[in-house]
Design a protein around this ligand. Structure first.
Ligand code: GRF
Length: 200
């Protein structure tokens, strides 16, 4: 299987995925990394790993769907079978989702459905929850929704700061995202309504 990663920022998750592919822990080809941000460090990580790195500027398009049509065209050019959103800070259009039904995976840094939105780690910390952690899920039309593949609980200790919690959540992300992609690639995920059954 071929896949691409869409990323907008630092690319910590992307790096974990690149490393897992290189180590043979994900048996699929990472064909391209696409970013909506020109200066995304994720693009540098892709280049350093010898993976095609593309910037597509949303400002060059009149609306979300025409931007997504361009992204999908490029993905098709790379022969991509599925798509991974790794810190991709844009909502994808229905058009995009329809091209890859249940073949787009996203990571979110809270235990969904708690703390949807852009500041999930901070929101969880400020809310005072004792446990948070990342979620990998299939992408559906509604943001931060969709059948949940994997979650990892991260305990919030009394001595944790927002920064130390962010670090713990990111480390957990880097564990479960490659695992979830591997399960997907090996055909181990069966979707039943909202539930994802992980088969033996
Ligand atoms: C991660 O916390 C991810 O859950 C969220 O954005 C952040 C991206 O970090 N969607 P990175 O670019 O992978 O380092």
């Amino acid at each position: 299987m071929n896949f691409a990663v869409l990323a907008s920022g630092h690319g910590g998750n992307l790096q974990a995925i690149i490393d897992a592919v290189k180590a043979g822990k994900i048996k699929a080809q990472l064909k391209a990394v696409i970013s909506d941000k020109k200066d995304a460090y994720a693009l540098k990580r892709a280049q350093q790993a010898g993976i095609a790195a593309l910037h597509i500027n949303p400002k060059d398009f009149p609306d979300r769907e025409s931007f997504d049509r361009c992204v999908v065209e490029r993905l098709q050019g790379f022969g991509v079978d599925f798509v991974v959103l790794a810190g991709y800070m844009r909502l994808v259009s229905i058009y995009f989702i329809q091209q890859y039904p249940h073949r787009i995976l996203n990571i979110h840094p809270s235990l969904l459905p708690a703390f949807k939105g852009m500041h999930a780690i901070r929101d969880a910390f400020e809310h005072g929850v004792k446990v948070t952690g990342p979620t990998v899920h299939f992408v559906v039309e509604a943001a931060d929704d969709g059948p949940i593949i994997l979650q990892e609980a991260v305990a919030i200790a009394p001595e944790d700061s927002l920064e130390s919690l962010e670090e713990k959540v990111h480390q957990a992300e880097h564990r479960i995202f490659p695992q979830a992609i591997d399960l997907f690639v090996r055909g181990k995920l069966k979707i039943e309504g909202r539930r994802v059954i992980i088969t033996g």
